[in-house]
Design a protein around this ligand. Sequence first.
Ligand code: GLU
Length: 411
Amino acid sequence: MSEKFLANTLQYVERAAKLLDLPSDDLLQLQTPHREVRVELNIRRDDGSIGTFIGFRVQHDDARGPFKGGLRYHPHVDAAEVTALASLMTWKTAVAGVPFGGAKGGVQVDAASLSPGEKQRLTRRFIDGIHDIIGATKDIPAPDVNTNGQVMAWIFDQYTKYHGYEPGVVTGKPVSLGGSEGRAQATGRGCVYATEELLADRGEALAGKTVCIQGFGNVGSWAARDFAAKGARVIGISDITGAYIADEGIDVNAAVAHVTAHQSLEGFPGGEHLPGDTLLTKPCDILVPAALSGVLTKDNAAEVACRYIVEGANGPTDPEADAILAKKGIVVVPDIYANCGGVTVSYFEWSQNMQHFYWDEARVNQELRRVMARGFADLRATANKHRCSLRTAAFVLGLGRVHGATKLRGL
Ligand code: GLU
């Protein structure tokens, strides 16, 4: 499964390289990760036994700035998945125009099986294993699937024990430890800004549009709140416990309160409970996959019944599905642009840490809006120039920028 995700990612990159006429040796240089690290993590479980896990960090490219990307805790994490995600980060930071490269990391673990104490010990052991290769000017981790501000706080604390106070070593920290206002909201909020850019380009408004959101973690739940606040109608949400559908509109704040109280949407009374997959094929204006990779495939793409897809997740659409969706006239706003709000506000956080000068949330949102608007304009111009999809345009843009920086730096 993750081998396929990596092959898919390389396929998207190769398609863009062809349009850019990149020499094959330049392409090989750009595709090859700089460093791949695998560490054994032993922790004391609460029951006294020893738990052994594997942690990964792949540093893909740093031509445009320090390596940058999240850490996820999930059973699917392996070398291929982390490599694919690290590559996507390289192109994403370039599309967003923030001065970072790309990296990703993770631990292969069922996060739900860890107590808070076990999660903390696992995080600290992971930093023991990688502290020498991270740092505010080297490689800066951030939250991803099943990690959050608390995990970033432990990373910051453990790193400090080796290297002293350096808040810019990690982003997505709690605000009280040097995090940025608006960072928790940023990925979901960026998806909504991306949707507004797309709709404006097509002469449409967001108010009144129907939205389905797959995944109700950080990205999905904040996107849902912002969509609802801007007058769109969120008619379906989902998590691992299934889909919850209400054609008159889900009360998004009630759903968030339910998850806060019960850890998942299980038992949420505000919508009809259906199997999770049904959400992806429900008729709506905007579908936001905001969970894991590889959810739109050749097996379900023909059934997808939305007008627009805005990729909150990384790698949710297979190339085979992408072709089917294009044939159906469904416009896809690709992950490396649609969800770049997270890493963009990570950049704002890092830059606030470097200056020890902090912004209010209004400024964060205004700057994020500017990045998303500029990003869409660049994507539109590139798509027009090469007569290609927004996805191919995003890879052309990202690859072109990283290639340019690589050439300038020389061998
Ligand atoms: N994990 C997020 C992503 O996939 C954020 C990465 C970051 O802020 O470095 O884009």
